[in-house]
Design a protein. Structure first.
Length: 538
């Protein structure tokens, strides 16, 4: 649910803020006051495309901030989404003051706002939306079909892959490659071959330095002799200075560690002194390992030897499959046939459920459309059988004839945004908001009036019982149905036009409804009519 919307330096709006309630929120105001800018701000903070042209003249950047309640009841969590666009066209986004990408912002708001206006109603013509509406209306569970289709797709992909490959050339290449890798006899010991090779290459230097170190540590004039000379000195001091006993203990520990260090250095020197034959053996091994790395690993052969070992296993498995290719193809063809039989069975059951739901949906939407002024309209849902695809085995088409004598046409072929808007409202009144927390209608009641306008307002209020609705309207009959009424107005100050938003109630709301009925000159007749509209709506 949308709780609050703040707009700064967006188009004609210098700064404005509005709070929304659950239920039906109506937004009214004179033409050009900035009502659609408010809806555009909501679309912007929900992740729509933006450019520098939306920034108010003279401002450095436009900013929109929206506070949402994601969820209901005690589990509802409030979070703030914010978006800025600079005069140069750069855009930034935040969620709860944490910087995010615009795509992350769009994902966070995707389940919260459902926009419907002159452009957004084109969604109604999309086959995927029409199919999902049937599934939602009929509470159709397609998980069994999804599982069957996944098995079918996996089996078919494996078969296609095996059929499209596996020629003699590939088999010959795999045989050569596996033979070359197997002959190398790679093991985990080859991981540090480069380090061992480097040690062998500098063995003489290592041995010479190690001998010098061991002499300094344990030779006649080395550290061990110095430690031996220090012991009686510490003992003499300890007779008069008790803490000197701890010094003696530390000296003994240093002596032991020095002896251990000397032995470690001597052992390393002995290992390094392997002779010319060991170095040549390591050199040949390193050359082979590097050659295989460059040949088989990506990135210039920098990968570990374990990747080569794993690659050998993969190539051996692939070769085994190809060498038994005909048998594997026969097995996979049986698997594909069984999986296709199962997916078509589940697809037929799914189609049967959709057909029944589509029939009920057609009648329900048809009835709603008659309320909305389409007295001779005809709405129906056509299902055409297809081969299995991820969505099922149905091609869904909503067919509509707005007037008597006109042939039914797919909604995608209907150009009138007003007709599409009312079909969308009828659909929403039947199926609800489809899980969206806030439904936005931008002038959905355009080009209608009178009793139909009142019914449009009532339909929006019906939708608002399940999901919050925000509606821009020019019709007083629709506006009177709102549970919160916001008025957008513009004032000129300092040579600049500024837009403001305020909630109206009581006599202020009567005045706004009266203005919508009779213009700026508020007559007693207009005010009386406005009060009657509000009383009837309540």
């Amino acid at each position: 649910m949308l709780k609050r919307l703040r707009v700064r330096n967006l188009a004609v709006v210098e700064e404005a803020e509005a709070e929304f309630c659950p239920g039906l929120n109506v937004i009214t105001g004179e033409t050009g006051a900035g009502k659609s800018v408010i809806i555009g701000a909501l679309a912007l903070v929900a992740g729509s495309r933006a450019d520098a042209s939306i920034v108010r003249d003279g401002a450095k950047e436009a900013e929109v901030e929206a506070e949402f309640l994601d969820g209901t009841g005690s589990r509802g969590k409030s979070f703030t989404a914010r978006r800025t666009v600079t005069a140069e066209g750069r855009s930034r986004a935040w969620i709860d003051d944490e910087s995010v990408s615009v795509s992350e912002l769009r994902a966070a708001c995707a389940g919260l706002v459902d926009m419907h206006g002159p452009q957004d109603n084109r969604l109604l013509a999309e086959e995927s939306f029409q199919r999902d509406a049937i599934d939602s209306f009929g509470s159709i569970d397609k998980s069994a079909y999804d599982a069957a289709y996944a098995r079918f797709s996996e089996a078919k992909a494996a078969l296609d892959d095996l059929k499209s490959s596996g020629g003699e050339d590939e088999i010959d290449l795999l045989r050569y490659q596996t033979s070359e890798l197997e002959e190398a006899g790679l093991t985990a010991d080859d991981e540090d071959i480069a380090q061992r090779h480097a040690a062998a290459a500098h063995a003489e230097e290592i041995v010479e330095s190690a001998n010098e170190i061991t002499e300094l540590l344990g030779g006649d004039g080395g550290a061990s002799r110095i430690f031996a000379a220090l012991r009686p000195k510490f003992a003499a001091i300890a007779r008069h200075l008790p803490e000197a006993e701890a010094w003696s203990a530390e000296l003994d520990e240093l002596s032991v560690r020095t002896e251990e260090l000397s032995r470690s250095v001597a052992d390393a020197a002995s290992a390094a002194d392997g002779g010319e034959e060991d170095f040549e053996s390591l050199d040949r091994r390193l050359t082979l390992v590097n050659k295989l790395r460059r040949k088989y690993l990506p990135g210039g052969g920098e990968g570990p030897v374990s990747e080569l070992i794993a690659l050998l296993d993969a190539k051996k498995n692939r070769l085994a499959d190809l060498e038994s290719r005909d048998e594997r193809i026969a097995e996979l063809e049986k698997s594909v046939a069984a999986a296709e039989k199962e997916v078509r069975k589940e697809g037929a059951l799914l189609s049967k459920k959709r057909s029944a739901a589509a029939s009920r949906l057609s009648k329900a939407v048809d009835a709603q459309l008659r309320d909305l002024g389409f007295s001779a309209a005809a709405f129906s849902v056509a299902l055409e059988e297809t081969d299995p695809v991820p969505s099922g085995m149905d091609l869904v088409t909503y067919v509509f004839s707005p007037n008597a004598g006109e042939p039914p046409r797919p909604l995608a072929d209907i150009a009138s945004s007003g007709e599409l808007s009312r079909v969308m409202l009828a659909l929403k009144a039947v199926i609800g908001a489809g899980g969206k927390a806030t439904v936005v209608f931008d002038e959905i009641d355009a080009n209608i009036g009178g009793e139909t306008g009142k019914i449009v307002g009532e339909k929006m209020r019906k939708v608002a019982k399940l999901s919050q609705v925000v509606a821009i309207t020019h019709l007083p009959q629709s506006a009177a149905c709102g549970e919160r009424h916001l008025v957008v107005s513009k004032v000129v100050s300092g040579g600049r036009t500024r837009t403001t938003i305020k909630v109206v109630a009581g006599e202020d709301r009567v005045s706004e409804i009266a203005r919508m009925l009779g213009g700026e000159k508020l007559t007693s007749v207009a005010r009386r009519h406005a009060k009657e509209l509000l009383d009837v709506s309540r």
